[in-house]
Write a protein that binds this ligand. Structure first.
Ligand code: GDP
Length: 442
C-alpha cells in the first residue's frame, strides 16, 4: 500500500532529519518534494495546495525555527497536517437510535459493497457484540444477493431472504420488520451498484434512504481508483446525506490519493478501511495511524491491536519470557513467529504496518507461499540445528536443501532473514518496542 508515496516521503524525512539548521530554502525544497509526491500519488490538486499551504505556514513559524530539532519539527507538522486532512480522529459508527440501527451501503458496482457489508457484520458482532442482520436490495443481480447470502453463512450471521418480485424498498422494509421482531441490533442493507454514476441508481438509493431513514449511510469506494474515486465520492455525497466513507482495497497498490482526498472532498469521515478480500479484512480508520503508515513511520498501534486479536497469547508470552531470560531467539521461535503471522491475515497486511525499513527487512517473505517454503526448510533441520543455527555449515545446508527440495541459496536467504529477525528481537528484549522503532528510523 502507498509504496511509492511512502518511499518518496521517507526520503524527504531523511533529508530533513539530517539538517542541523533549517532555512526557508531547505523548507521550500522539502515541501516541493512533498507536493510532487502527493500529486504523483493522485491526491486531488486543490487538496494538495491546501495541504502544502498549511504545512508551509506552520513550518516557517517560530515553532520550527526556534526548535532544537527543526527537521523533526517539520516532520511532526507534516504528520499532524496529514492526519488532519484525513479527519483527525477516528469517527465511530453512530448507534444512538432505537434498534435496529440501519446501515445503508452505497457505492458503485465493484467498489466492494457486498464484501464490506459482510466484513462490517462480522466486525460489529465480534468487536461490539451486536446481533446483525444482512439484507441485499440488489434485485438486478441475483448473483449479488447470492454472494451476500453465502458470505452471511460463512460468518454465521443472519441473512434476510427477499421474495421473488419484491422491489428494493419492499425488501428493505420487510428486512427492517424482521430485524425488529427478531431483536437484531443492526440491519445492514447492501444495495445495487452500477459501473458508473447513473441517475436511476441514485434515484433508487435516495428512495431507499427516504423509506429507511438509516442512522448510517456509508459510501463504499475503491481506493485504487485514485481521482475517479474522488469524483464518485463527490457525486454520492451530493445525492445522499452520507454519514461516512469506507475505503476498500487499501491492501492493494493504491497510490494513496483517495485516502488523502476523500475526506476533504466529501466533508465526511472515513470510518473504515478494507484491507483484503477475506471477511476479516476490515479496520477502523485512524487518521493519525494512517498518516504514520504513509510517512513510513509504521502503524505500530494497529499492529498491536491486531496482535491482541489474532495471536496465540500463550505463544507470545512464552517467547517474551524466553527473550527476557536472555536465551537467544532460535529457528524454532522463528518458525513459531511465521505461523503466527499466517494466522494474523498474512504477511502483506502486516508489512504495511511496519516502519518502512523493517518492512523491507521482512520483504523477502512477502507471501504465505514463501512462509510455507521457509517452514519446509526449517522442518528439514535437526532439532539441534534449529536451536543452534551456527552449526549450519555448507554440507549441512546442502543436506537441508535437498530434504526440503529447494536450492542452497534459499537456505542461505532464510538464514539471512532469520539473522535480521534475531537482531530485531534482541533490540526488543533490551529496550522494548519504542527503542526498536527509534533504532530503525534513524
Ligand atoms: P460490490 O459490487 O460493490 O458489491 O463489490 P464486491 O463486494 O463484489 O467486491 C468486488 C471485488 O473486490 C471482489 O472481488 C472482492 O473480493 C474485492 N474486494 C472487496 N474489498 C476488498 C478489499 O478491501 N481488498 C481487496 N484486495 N479486495 C477487495
Amino acid at each position: 500500500m502507498f509504496d511509492n508515496l511512502t518511499n518518496r516521503l521517507s526520503g524527504v524525512i531523511k533529508t530533513l532529519r539530517g539538517q542541523a539548521r533549517l532555512t526557508e530554502a531547505n523548507i521550500q525544497d522539502a515541501l516541493r518534494e512533498v507536493r510532487m509526491a502527493l500529486l504523483e500519488a493522485d491526491v486531488a490538486l486543490p487538496v494538495v495546495k491546501d495541504f502544502i499551504a498549511h504545512v508551509k505556514e506552520r513550518a516557517q513559524g517560530q515553532e520550527v525555527l526556534a526548535s532544537l530539532t527543526p527537521g523533526q519539527a517539520v516532520i511532526g507538522i507534516v504528520h499532524q497536517e496529514m492526519a488532519r486532512l484525513m479527519g483527525g480522529q477516528n469517527a465511530a459508527l453512530n448507534f444512538t437510535t432505537l434498534p435496529p440501527a440501519v446501515i445503508l451501503m452505497a457505492g458503485l458496482q465493484g467498489a466492494g459493497k457486498t464484501t464490506t457489508s459482510a466484513k462490517l457484520a462480522k466486525y460489529l458482532r465480534e468487536q461490539m457484540k451486536k446481533k446483525v442482520l444482512l439484507a441485499s436490495c440488489d434485485v438486478y443481480r441475483p448473483a449479488a444477493m447470492e454472494q451476500l447470502r453465502a458470505l452471511a453463512q460463512q460468518i454465521e450471521t443472519d441473512y434476510f431472504s427477499a421474495e421473488a418480485g419484491q422491489s428494493p424498498e419492499q425488501i428493505a422494509l420487510a428486512a427492517r420488520d424482521y430485524a425488529d421482531k427478531h431483536f437484531h441490533d443492526v440491519l445492514i442493507i447492501d444495495t445495487a451498484g452500477r459501473l458508473a454514476i447513473d441517475e436511476a441508481m441514485m434515484a433508487e438509493i435516495q428512495r431507499l434512504h427516504e423509506v429507511l431513514k438509516p442512522i448510517e449511510t456509508l459510501f463504499v469506494v475503491d481506493a485504487m481508483q485514485g481521482q475517479d474515486a474522488v469524483n464518485t465520492a463527490k457525486a454520492f455525497s451530493e445525492a445522499l446525506p452520507l454519514t461516512g466513507v469506507v475505503l476498500t482495497k487499501l491492501d492493494g497498490d493504491a497510490r494513496g490519493g483517495a485516502a488523502l482526498s476523500v475526506r476533504q472532498v466529501t466533508g465526511k469521515p472515513i470510518k473504515f478501511a478494507g484491507v483484503g478480500e477475506k471477511v476479516g479484512g476490515l479496520e477502523a480508520f485512524h487518521p493519525e495511524r494512517m498518516a504514520s503508515r504513509i510517512l513510513g513511520m509504521g502503524d505500530v498501534l494497529s499492529l498491536i491491536e491486531e496482535a491482541h486479536r489474532g495471536v496465540d497469547q500463550e505463544e507470545a508470552v512464552k517467547l517474551a519470557k524466553k527473550m527476557k531470560s536472555g536465551k537467544s531467539f532460535d529457528l524454532e521461535d522463528f518458525k513459531a513467529q511465521l505461523q503466527q503471522m499466517k494466522k494474523m491475515g498474512g504477511v502483506a497486511a502486516l508489512m504495511d504496518k511496519l516502519p518502512a525499513q523493517m518492512g523491507q527487512a521482512a520483504a523477502g517473505m512477502a507471501d504465505d507461499k514463501s512462509i510455507n517454503r521457509i517452514e519446509g526448510i526449517i522442518n528439514s533441520m535437526t532439532p539441534g540445528e534449529r536451536r543452534n543455527p551456527a552449526l549450519l555449515k555448507a554440507s549441512r545446508k546442502r543436506r537441508i536443501a535437498a530434504g526440503a527440495g529447494v536450492q542452497v541459496q534459499e537456505v542461505n536467504r532464510l538464514l539471512n532473514q532469520f539473522e535480521q529477525t534475531q537482531k530485531m528481537m534482541k533490540m526488543v528484549a533490551k529496550g522494548g518496542m519504542a527503542k526498536m522503532m527509534r533504532g530503525m528510523k534513524g
